[in-house]
Design a protein around this ligand. Structure first.
Ligand code: URA
Ligand code: SF4
Length: 200
């Protein structure tokens, strides 16, 4: 994939992308949206029904809940950057397949390069495991890990948490720590890269 100079250029490529089969069933691709200079990026799983219709991330029930979570720490969605692991809706909201995730991955990587966020909040298992393939969300949610100058901060997926009171409490707690984490991001040590040094 060619390197994109701007987020707009990248979004235009996503909208006409046919790198995987999801291109055939989507209504609109959902590149992501938010502040170009965002310090915080939120990465979900995949567009759902409403996102596919509108071409915008997190605009359904999960999106309203995500906005509530952001508001609880004094943030509006325009201040962060919101995107997904795969940019097109899987049919009937099934899980994205490994080949779809691999095909779409360069877009997310380039979004990260262009935005250069301090903090990436991974929402749910697919987003977490894109960066840390061995990690289990129930074990590592709420635990920051710094790699390549970026703090990765895993939490549950708002769509799942919405219907699961136990996760709802946990995701709300995890979000409460975001402002402090952001403030400490520069001084947080890099993850230990030695074998056995990770906390998977
Ligand atoms: N769930 C996601 O993971 N992403 C969206 O954009 C909407 C719901
Ligand atoms: Fe392209 Fe990603 Fe959509 Fe697949 S999911 S068609 S790789 S934008």
């Amino acid at each position: 994939m060619q390197p994109f100079q701007t987020l707009n250029e990248l979004a235009a490529a996503v909208r006409t992308c046919s790198r995987c089969h999801l291109a055939q069933s989507r209504t609109k691709a959902v590149p992501g949206e938010g502040a170009e200079q965002a310090e915080i990026m939120l990465v979900g799983e995949a567009p759902g029904f409403h996102e596919d219709r509108q071409g915008r991330p997190f605009v359904g029930a999960a999106g309203r809940y995500l906005e509530e979570l952001l508001a609880s720490i004094g943030l509006q969605r325009q201040e962060v950057y919101i995107t997904n692991v795969v940019k097109c809706r899987p049919p009937r909201n099934r899980n994205p397949l490994a080949q779809e995730i691999a095909a779409c991955r360069p877009y997310l990587e380039q979004q990260i390069t262009l935005i250069r966020p301090k903090l990436i909040v991974t929402l749910g298992r697919f987003s977490l495991q894109l960066f840390f393939p061995e990690a289990q969300i129930s074990r590592v949610h709420g635990q920051p890990r710094k790699r390549g100058g970026i703090v990765y901060y895993p939490t549950y997926h708002p769509a799942a948490a919405l219907y699961q009171p136990r996760w709802k409490a946990l995701i709300a707690e995890d979000f409460q720590r975001i402002p402090a984490l952001l403030a400490q991001a520069a001084s947080l040590p890099e993850d230990d890269p030695s074998p056995g040094g990770g906390r998977d």
